[in-house]
Design a protein around this ligand. Sequence first.
Ligand code: UDP
Length: 339
Amino acid sequence: MRHLITGGAGFIGSHLSEALLRRGDEVFILDDLSTGSVENVRHLKTHPRFHHFFDSITNKHLLAELVDESDVVFHLAAAVGVRLIVESPVRTLETNVYGTQLVLDAASKKKKLVVTASTSEVYGKSEKVPFTEDADLVLGPTTKGRWSYAASKALDEFLALSYWKEKKQPVLVVRLFNTVGPRQTGRYGMVLPTFVRQALDGAPITVYGSGRQSRCFCDVRDTIEGLLRLVGNDHAVGEVVNIGSDEEISIEGLARVVKERTGSESPITRIPYDQAYEPGFEDMLRRVPSLQKLELLTGFRPSTRLHEIVDRVTAYFQSKVAAQPLPATLPASAMATPE
Ligand code: UDP
């Protein structure tokens, strides 16, 4: 099969590209490198079945061409990361809403399946864990920038489901819950790569707020396994499905696990939300997916344990340091962790 991945040079997109190539499929990626990186796909660039286009999804002609070439479109291009969203709300809204509309519009001309990546953020402040796909979404006020991400993704979902209902354009909406693994950077605020880098650098591990807020971290390999199984299932068309792990841990607990697994001497420090993000920042207290629907449709549920995930992310950052060429004048001990 032939696939188009928008955002294919991003963290999840690059892992998805690898998985599809391993299956023997053909992959086209379209990525404007805003948060994605050439580094993520450098090792794939010479692969005969991998084709990369470093351009924007707003290039309608190119998008139409690539959709024509493909059987399935994975729409992963989006503004991601809470820090980015708080700092650039205009970009978040434009990229997420306008971009999705362009992709759906292009795909609907030939009725190519569009897999739209949504997020657990859409559940907002709901405390009814585990979150089921048909549960109410509880978002904060529009005056708090953080919620613009959830609102933009909820609108993406409405758009996708409307294209299905009204135009019979096949779609699948997946809500991804804190996907983590090698190649994810802490640059846009994601907690696990941030903690691992801090621990490896001997820097303070920065827990925001009380540290009692919790998340479930899903290994990117599991996320992709779930995604690919759903794509192969006709019953998943027109559906919204959670993909994530349901092993819940508080952020304070995560800091302790990272410190222990890396053998770090780093202190664990608390930073108030106001200082970490912006005054009046609201966090989500708990976020646990119901995996019933995923399991019913695919017979699969993510099962990689947190310790293994932390070890994999740690090994990734260590290998990046090891791969860094040494400046001629500096001793090995002076080498900094790159990002
Ligand atoms: N967080 C933290 N320290 C950091 C980065 C994030 O304590 O250096 C917290 C953040 O406030 C949130 C949780 O970790 O409660 C998960 O944050 P992330 O941005 O990874 O994803 P989110 O689940 O908020 O989308």
